[in-house]
Design a protein around this ligand. Structure first.
Ligand code: CNA
Length: 312
């Protein structure tokens, strides 16, 4: 696996087989083929303690319920709304060469991606509940909005891998000095490109651009994925590598649950027997799982307790 960020994962539809497709609202996660796992089975595996090392892989789809647009959803996704930035092609906004030539589109987008007034949602709290119950081995997120780490979501840094970086820190593209994210945010909010106070070079938030190396913590996957006994994949198109391929790194006996609007990545083109797909809204799917687990009241208590604590 190459360890720089790249796009897209080569999709092969040859020899396509389909896993189960479970509508999020279905009774017990029905629509099954005999002998295959259901959402109900995943809940039982968690509830009975058969699965105690849960790895979560998350994407922009877990933040859309908080009002942050994802990339690829037609119409509302950021890629469909990039015309205003006169980019040669949409991915250029996350390419270093283009950034050095013209950083303005990235900072305009950064304002939208990190609006500051967004709050964690049910999905973030569900992952927090997994942690509180001692079940979360690690959360791998592609998101750069920081919602997982704000106080109300409360997922500790040790449990979190921000695979594509974050706005928490920034580095000067010329002198390589490191700056706290807050130091540049005031400029970005005003629509200005932040400049290094020492050398006047452009300061780039520590977001992983295409072609850049992955952060050190990403390599925890080498230990985590073979150890996992359940993989939850939430709200991602699984199109950006090497993140997408992590879902292939769990053992074949390990159930993989995808909750997403579309059936993506290997769930479409190389499904495994233990795969479960809940196709639809991620909030509905997770709420259904929470119900099956009998955690609804606890979730409500947690949300009530933590509401209002989030701050950037
Ligand atoms: P993506 O490629 O935009 O895919 C998002 C996926 O989530 C799509 O399959 C959507 O259909 C699905 N989805 C969106 N909303 C819902 C919903 N409510 N219920 C169910 N499914 C939903 O985003 P990925 O994360 O897969 O791509 C990786 C990129 C996106 C990373 O490099 C991120 O940094 C980048 N990104 C991050 C954010 C953020 O931090 N919130 C926002 C936009 C893009």
């Amino acid at each position: 696996m190459a360890h720089v960020c790249r796009f897209p994962v080569p999709l092969s539809v040859a020899g396509r087989r389909w896993p189960m497709f479970l509508p999020a609202a279905a009774g017990s996660g029905g629509g099954s083929e005999k002998g295959k796992l259901l959402l109900q089975d995943v809940a039982e595996l968690i509830g009975t303690g058969a699965c105690r090392r849960v790895v979560v892989m998350a994407g922009a789809g877990i933040s859309t319920p908080s009002g942050i647009p994802d990339f690829r959803s037609p119409g509302s996704g950021l890629y469909s709304n990039l015309q205003q930035y006169s980019l040669p092609y949409p991915e250029a906004i996350f390419e270093l060469t283009f950034f050095c030539h013209n950083p303005k589109p990235f900072f305009a987008l950064a304002k939208e991606l990190r609006p500051g007034n967004c709050r964690p949602n049910v999905i973030h709290y569900f992952i927090r509940l997994l942690h509180d119950k001692g079940l979360l081995l690690r959360l791998y997120t592609q998101n750069i909005d920081g919602l997982e780490r704000v106080s109300a979501a409360g997922i500790p840094a040790s449990k979190l891998v921000e695979a594509h970086g974050s706005f928490a820190s920034a580095t000067c593209t010329v002198c390589q000095r490191s700056w706290p994210g807050e130091d540049i945010w005031a400029e970005v909010k005003e629509g200005r490109v932040p400049l290094c106070p020492v050398c006047t070079g452009v300061v780039k938030p520590d977001i992983v651009f295409f072609g850049e190396p992955m952060p050190q913590r990403f390599f925890l996957h080498v230990v985590d994925f073979p150890m996992a006994d359940l993989l939850l994949i939430l709200g991602t198109s699984l199109e950006v590598e090497p993140f997408a391929s992590l879902c292939e790194a769990v053992r074949h006996s390990v159930p993989r649950l995808l909750i997403n609007r579309e059936v993506v990545g290997p769930f479409a083109w190389r499904p495994r027997v233990q795969d479960v797909v809940v196709q639809g809204d991620v909030v509905e799917g997770v709420q259904r799982l929470v119900e099956l687990l009998g955690w609804t009241e606890e979730m409500q208590d947690l949300i009530q307790r933590e509401a209002g604590k989030a701050s950037f």
